[in-house]
Design a protein around this ligand. Structure first.
Ligand SMILES: Nc1nc2c(ncn2[C@@H]2O[C@H](COP(=O)(O)OP(=O)(O)OP(=O)(O)O)[C@@H](O)[C@H]2O)c(=O)[nH]1
Ligand SMILES: [Mg+2]
Length: 268
């Protein structure tokens, strides 16, 4: 593996209530970035992260796995933590060494006890974090409701950086508010935003710009498009979060020094 300097490395912990999809997201990162040739499945016991016999048998993560993901000149050390509270020690250890955290929330269940516990440790370690509203393809998936549920248990204002492109059986991908492109689930070709989303996207983007201005990030309404710097607060993506080819792969979550974000993609 190539050697990376500090500014190209992101140590990011995936945390959530059990079963929100952390291990599958990590699997998708690996697959999308070309580290694996096929996407493993929890049900088949073929994910890279859940490799222990007991993890395969129980179909849950029992310990934190560190998964190196190389993408666009950056190295993401993804820490896939267990969601069951019995293994909270693993989550604490992962957050202790991480530079940032991605909090996964099931789009049907919304924020759960494990989400709240994870957030309290994120707070303890004062980590920057973002939310991934996951499983958007499930029946009863509801992005707004899931978002509200996590907003209710956090005192940080959550600002979407991506919107889901459809939901439930109609879930197609994500609409990115920074690049202003729609990213379908399969393949990495960005598309123009479908006409029926234009108003929603415009409103969400305006909110994003206003929040960015408010927290005085190095962007303004004029430079936003070129620089793609994100707001300093927690942001929200959706499961087809892993949209490829976005220019800010390393731009929202921090290394030890600065702010950055990575996107990756999970085919359904
Ligand atoms: N429909 C749907 N199912 C998903 C998605 N992501 C994960 N799953 C399923 O949800 C279940 C749990 O996924 P995991 O990735 O093991 O969840 P986890 O957060 O790692 O769970 P723990 O290790 O117990 O904390 C598995 O059956 C996955 O196949 C998704 O985007 N959509
Ligand atoms: Mg897991």
């Amino acid at each position: 593996m190539k050697e990376y300097t500090t500014e190209s490395i992101r140590n990011i912990a995936l945390v959530s209530h059990s079963s929100a999809g952390k291990t599958m997201l990590a699997e998708a990162f690996l697959h999308f970035s070309g580290a694996t040739t096929r996407l493993g499945k929890i049900e088949d016991g073929t994910t890279v992260s859940d490799f222990e016999e007991e993890e395969i048998r129980r179909r849950i993560s029992l310990s934190t796995s560190v998964l190196p993901v190389e993408y666009k000149g950056c190295k993401l050390n993804v820490l896939d933590t267990p969601g069951y509270t019995d293994f909270i020690g693993e989550v604490i250890s992962a957050l202790r060494v991480a530079d940032s955290a991605a909090v996964l929330v099931d789009s049907v269940a919304g924020a759960e006890v494990g989400t709240e516990v994870a957030l309290s440790y994120i707070d303890t370690f004062k980590l920057p974090w973002l939310v991934v509203i996951n499983k958007m393809n499930r029946d009863n998936a509801n992005f707004r409701k899931a978002l509200e549920s996590i907003q209710e248990i956090s005192d940080k204002r959550l600002i979407p950086v991506q919107l889901p492109w459809g939901e439930k059986a109609d879930f197609k991908g994500v609409i990115d508010l920074l690049t202003l492109k729609a990213y379908p689930g399969v393949g990495d070709t960005a598309q123009d935003i479908p006409a029926e989303y234009q108003d929603e996207v415009e409103n969400a983007r305006m909110q994003l710009i206003e929040e960015a201005d408010e927290v005085r990030m190095p962007c303004s309404k004029n430079t936003w498009k070129e620089k793609s710097y994100p707001p300093k607060r927690s942001c929200v993506g959706s499961r087809k979060w892993c949209s490829p080819a976005t220019g800010y792969q390393c731009s929202l979550l921090p290394d030890r020094l600065r702010l950055v974000l990575h996107h990756c993609w999970m085919p359904s």
